[in-house]
Design a binder for this molecule. Structure first.
Ligand code: FES
Ligand code: FES
Length: 144
């Protein structure tokens, strides 16, 4: 249907014109590497966190169109968010890609919603969540 078509366009746009792709200069950035063991695709995420708020996010890596477009959408979505909201959004996203009901609450999901229900096969959910898992890891490691 039309909504599926629109979502597909949004996904392809993020894949072809990735937002926030590249390296950050800041010295006190958080850097985390994550790979998907089932295919070997990998992502490196760099975050800048100030006063419990994500002020910048960038990524590099190689992978399938879903993993790359998801990283582009994710970095866009979390910029400017408090750390706890970014972690909460990751939970919502995980439900969303699996086609479960999710509670949007007050979070602006934006383009991220284009990935809802995209994963018909459980193994492929890892493609969509790779960047989000990297973000969770970076933020959780930072607390220690
Ligand atoms: Fe390809 Fe979900 S990532 S079907
Ligand atoms: Fe490797 Fe999607 S096939 S991340």
């Amino acid at each position: 249907n039309n909504l599926d078509q629109l979502y597909r366009q949004v996904i392809m746009d993020h894949y072809k014109n990735p937002r926030n792709r590249g390296e950050m200069d800041q010295e006190n950035k958080l850097v985390v590497n994550m790979n998907n063991p089932t295919c070997g695709d990998r992502i490196q995420l760099q975050l800048q966190v100030e006063d419990e708020k994500i002020t910048d996010a960038k990524f590099t890596g190689e992978g399938c169109s879903i993993s790359q477009s998801s990283a582009s959408m994710m970095t866009d979505a979390i910029k400017g968010l408090p750390v706890k909201d970014a972690l909460h959004m990751s939970e919502i996203f995980s439900d969303m890609v699996q086609g479960k009901d999710y509670d949007e609450e007050d979070l602006e999901l934006g383009d991220v919603e284009a990935l809802q229900g995209v994963c018909k096969f459980p193994a492929r959910i890892k493609c969509a969540t790779l960047a989000w898992k990297a973000m969770e890891k970076a933020l959780n490691e930072q607390k220690h």
